[in-house]
Design a protein around this ligand. Structure first.
Ligand SMILES: Cc1ncc(COP(=O)(O)O)c(C=O)c1O
Length: 1020
């Protein structure tokens, strides 16, 4: 391919210090040698010597040679061109495809929004928090729901969360649900996969093949016949045949039965002039109780299915004061900082896995954060008028096309008496499959064959979907294609399309704002400056692997060939993406040493859930359904126990005795699992252990040296072994997980494999499994055949865990990264990450104790935990600052030096967990170490300095107690919110000497202390 065919890069990589260095590792060979010498090792290999030889990988990985930057870009452009985009497409179905507003790619390019971590440190994350707040406010305007959550992966998994929520609202007295058979079959499959082996039960109400909707009488008959009271009825507004359901009658029926209404909507169609918002469903106007939808089209093109965005909401009003306590995931609330400035923060987090563990309302951790940011941009960019126009255009194009299409011989509306909005099903004179292929050869993707959704169909039903991408030209192309296939249409008749009942429509205006696009660009730019990016400095969040996210990955992922490809496009036209997925599967087999891979899970927690679902399927296949115990070390991340609960391992306790569910394993003094305790638990629960979940290296940064022994013991008892692979950055390419005895492991792409955290997500998690679990894999695997790449289902598949193929855009990013690393780079990456952590630890050890204490058999790998020295704690306590409070405040002190805080109080209550990654050179690590040592000196010098941190962020410490007492989750958006600037920007701090920063801190702290002294005096 010649250079002139390659689009030029939208940035100059020469100006980006981390972009062009080999393997994205900026430390020179000389610096690597110096760091090795400083910690007393001769080579990078020595860093792994303590790991038993029999589980170590030797030699280069079975990956291709690394590609140089320019070659890699060329390769990805070529790869994207192997996908064939249709000239016009009417494929929408489970993932509508709308225009992407220009503001979206602009916001996506703002690195501090794109690459930042989850906003757990609100003073340094006001940018992300504000974008999420705007998303919540916009969705409240569109749906009428008072509590919109910013977390869910996609519509299908949000639906599963909705079922759990409704059951929880009933205090688990009701667990039986009716699901309309007119929901997208993709969503129904995910529900069935994920509720297997849980207390939830669903019954599918078949749709009426004459009307194309579910009949009220059939729903009532199912409800009456059900043996137990219903927890909820789930139905779509626009169903999987394009038909509009009678949402008011269904809502009334559910309420009459005392059941929750779970409404599935398309948010794009709720704009002014569109369909009725779910908060107004029902003839008495009570509205739906739980809201589910797909938000990807608000912001993103199809990307072969993901990242998606699960829209999820519950009511928060006089009739529903407590429902929100049963809801999953994250909510952003309004609050104030200590000086009374308005600020945003995460609220109600005591429901979440990091606090409640197995009692959490969900296992969700990394979520779709950045897609919500982009969805806010997508909605605000369009504004009230633009949203209205998109919805109206989708409707107008569908009507225009329907009118024309029914003039073709033998073509008719499949449900001529049922109202539709922007999608409809046709009955064709020939098989849909034949028509689709014939149209494909003419460059048209006609739609989706929905014959299997209609009882009695003879294979001739086709669903066509319309959006604001369709104007008259697309309709004309459709007509031309059909004329070619079926002959000339007849003369138009009087309008015979079914009318939409007025009660199905929105009555009032959504009242979204109409803000100027240039002002919005400035606004989002200002918001991004409130965050911090790993581009700038070491972002030391332990367990999170906040490494550098290459610019190149972002550019190649949005190449039209990848981005515009619909997941339901014919697979012959998706060969470029399928090939990437195939290679990703192969690479992760090589990296893990395991035999098969699924690329469907979209976050670590979902990978864990897939793992446990696979365990259940395996045990079931052997008739061992009595296995109801999951062993998890005490130091595990909260997602592990929360996942076990979601999978169906409910913890039942009698006194201090665990009867079933999650049983914790104690730690030995080395910080590793206590082998003796594992033995005792095996003796206590013989034949009952379904599996064990072990993080390795563990969350203290220590490699579990007895992993293989534990795995053998568990296998001998018939159990299985899950490895939480969040810390693969320490061992990728060095440890053979097959030899370790792992049956399933997730690889967080948003940690080790370089995709950005996006202020909370979207993440991704490729799960690799042992031969035992291969037959049960979820979704599909990509296989290479003589004709090209195809997909295949495992024979005993557990079913899908995503409505399509998972977060495919992230696979493009990770593939690009892996091609940059090549066979040598993976091992070099993890070795330098371990070296950087050991070096930093070496520098800090003389000043800070390590938790748990370091011993010869527990050298730290990629991260380490420090705490404050006893004398510092004593001084702080004498100032009235408790030990745990001190640790939290010391974490915020990092913000004053232009860094993000380390991970605070996890897994050690008094710990600060630091993970530098391989992305920084020695000078940067030294500056970081010097800064941390200086922080300690400042605290020892004047303990009260911690009471005034942080000093240079846009806001002071935020008062989360008040914000959680009176929860405010949205506002009517009337004017562009003001953005507070940094008092000293991180870029500026990065240029200052550490002593100059210390002086500025002393001054700022003194001024704050003086102010609060004067305020106190006034109150005396
Ligand atoms: C050790 C560990 N396990 C599991 C997870 C959950 O992964 P995710 O956030 O991708 O769901 C994390 C996330 O930080 C983690 O650090």
């Amino acid at each position: 391919m010649s250079d002139c065919m390659i689009p030029s890069l939208p940035y100059d990589p020469q100006t980006l210090p981390r972009e062009l260095v080999r393997h994205y590792i900026p430390a020179s060979e000389e610096e690597i040698r110096l760091m090795c010498a400083a910690i007393g090792v001769s080579t990078l290999d020595d860093l792994f010597r303590h790991i038993p030889a029999q589980v170590r990988m030797h030699g280069p990985l079975a990956l291709p040679e690394e590609l140089a930057y320019g070659d890699l870009y060329h390769h990805m452009v070529e790869q994207s061109r192997k996908n064939h985009l249709a000239d016009v497409s009417f494929v929408g179905d489970a993932l509508p495809h709308y225009q992407v507003h220009d503001l979206v790619p602009f916001v996506a390019s703002l690195r501090e929004l794109l690459t930042a971590y989850t906003p757990y440190q609100p003073e340094r994350s006001q940018g992300t928090l504000m974008t999420h707040w705007l998303y919540q406010s916009c969705l409240t305007a569109l749906t009428g729901f008072e509590a919109i959550n910013v977390s869910q992966y996609d519509r299908a998994t949000a639906l599963v969360e909705a079922l759990h929520t409704a059951a929880r609202i009933s205090r688990h007295t009701r667990t039986h649900f009716l699901l309309a058979g007119s929901l997208f079959p993709q969503d129904i499959e995910v529900v069935q996969t994920l509720i297997t082996d849980t207390a939830l039960r669903v019954e599918i109400v078949p749709l009426d093949p004459q009307r194309g909707t579910v009949a009220l009488e059939t729903v009532r008959a199912h409800a009456t016949a059900a043996a137990e009271p219903l927890a909820g009825i789930v139905f779509p507004q626009v169903n999987s045949l394009g038909c509009l359901e009678d949402v008011d009658s269904l809502t009334d029926l559910a309420h009459e039965l005392g059941a929750q209404v779970i409404a599935v909507v398309d948010p794009m169609l709720l704009a002014t002039g569109g369909l009725k918002p779910p908060a107004a469903f029902g003839n008495d106007g009570r509205g739906a109780d739980v809201l589910v939808g797909e938000g990807q089209p608000l912001a993103l093109p199809p990307h072969f299915g993901g990242p998606g965005l699960g829209v999820f909401g519950v009511r928060l009003n006089a009739a529903h004061k407590q429902d929100i306590r049963s809801a999953p995931g994250r909510f952003v609330g309004a609050g104030y900082d200590e000086a009374g400035r308005e600020a945003k923060l995460l609220v109600l987090s005591t429901r979440e896995q990091h606090i409640r563990r197995q009692k959490a309302t969900s296992n969700i951790c990394t979520n779709q954060g950045f897609v919500t940011t982009l969805a806010a941009a997508g909605i605000l960019g369009r504004g009230e008028q633009g949203m209205q126009a998109s919805c109206a255009q989708a409707r107008a194009a569908a009507q225009a096309a329907a009118r024309e299409l029914i003039r073709f011989p033998g073509v008719e509306l499949a449900f001529p008496d049922t109202a539709f909005w922007n999608a409809f099903t046709l009955a064709l004179p020939h098989s849909s499959a034949e028509m689709l292929e014939a149209a494909r050869q003419r460059g048209v993707h006609l739609g989706v064959d929905v014959s299997s959704r209609i009882p009695g169909s003879s294979g001739n039903h086709l669903l066509l979907s319309f959006s604001d991408l369709h104007v008259q030209a697309q309709v004309d192309a459709l007509i031309a294609c059909l004329t070619d296939l079926l002959g000339a249409p007849s003369e138009p008749e009087a309008d015979v399309l079914p009318a939409v009942p007025v009660t199905y429509l929105r009555r009032d205006a959504a009242q979204l704002p109409n803000w100027d696009e240039a002002e919005l660009r400035d606004f989002f730019t200002a918001l991004s400056a409130q965050n911090i990016s790993p581009d700038l400095t070491c972002y030391p969040l332990g367990s999170c692997t906040m490494k550098y996210n290459p610019y190149l990955n972002e550019v190649v992922t949005v190449l039209p060939g990848f981005a515009e490809l619909h997941p339901e496009a014919p697979l012959q036209d998706a060969q470029g993406t399928l090939e990437v997925l195939y290679h990703i599967q192969e690479y992760f087999k090589a990296i893990t040493g395991l035999s098969a891979v699924t690329t469907q899970p979209v976050a670590g927690a979902q990978g864990e859930l897939v793992g446990l679902k696979l365990f259940q399927a395996y045990h079931r296949s052997r008739g061992e359904t009595q296995r109801d115990i999951i062993l998890i070390p005490h130091s595990a991340h909260g997602t592990n126990p929360a996942t076990a609960t979601m999978a169906g391992f409910d913890t039942v306790q009698r006194g201090s005795e665990i009867v079933s569910g999650v049983v914790e394993i104690d730690a030995a003094s080395s910080g590793q699992m206590n082998l003796e305790h594992v033995r005792q638990l095996l003796a206590r629960y013989p034949g009952r252990i379904a599996g064990i979940m072990i993080t390795n290296p563990n969350t203290s940064g220590v490699f579990e040296l007895q992993f293989q022994d534990v795995a053998e013991m568990i296998h001998a008892d018939g159990g299985l072994v899950y490895m939480d692979g969040a810390n693969m950055n320490a061992i990728a390419g060095w440890v053979d997980l097959g030899a370790l005895g792992v049956d399933a492991v997730h690889n967080n792409l948003h940690k080790t494999w370089s995709i950005p955290h996006g202020g909370g997500g979207p993440g991704d998690a490729i799960v690799a499994v042992s031969e035992r679990l291969r037959p049960f894999l979820p979704g599909v695997q990509v296989v290479k055949t003589a004709e090209g790449y195809a997909v295949e289902r495992s024979p005993q598949s557990i079913g899908s865990v995503h409505r399509h193929f998972g977060n495919v855009a992230h696979k493009i990013r990770a593939y690009t990264y892996l091609r940059a690393l090549g066979r040598e780079g993976v091992r070099r990456m993890s070795a330098v990450a371990v070296l950087a952590a050991r070096y930093l630890h070496q520098r800090l050890k003389p000043y800070f104790p390590t938790l748990p204490e370091e011993r010869d058999d527990s050298p730290r790998m990629h991260e380490f935990i420090i705490t404050l020295p006893a004398e510092t704690f004593a001084r702080l306590e004498s100032e009235g600052i408790s030990r745990t409070k001190a640790v939290g405040l010391f974490g915020k002190f990092f913000l004053d030096f232009g860094f993000h805080a380390p991970t605070v109080s996890f897994p050690e209550a008094e710990g600060l967990m630091i993970e530098p990654t391989e992305s920084y050179n020695k000078a940067e690590l030294d500056r970081f170490a010097d800064a941390v040592i200086l922080m300690l000196r400042l605290v020892n010098e004047q303990p009260s300095i911690l009471t005034t941190v942080p000093h240079f962020t846009p806001v002071d410490k935020i008062d989360d107690v008040s914000a959680n007492k009176q929860v405010i989750l949205s506002e009517h958006l009337t004017h562009l919110p003001s953005v507070l600037p940094n008092r000293t920007a991180p870029e500026h701090l990065a240029q200052m000497s550490l002593e100059a920063i210390a002086n500025a801190i002393r001054k700022a702290s003194a001024a704050k202390l003086d102010r609060s002294y004067r305020v106190r005096q006034r109150h005396v």
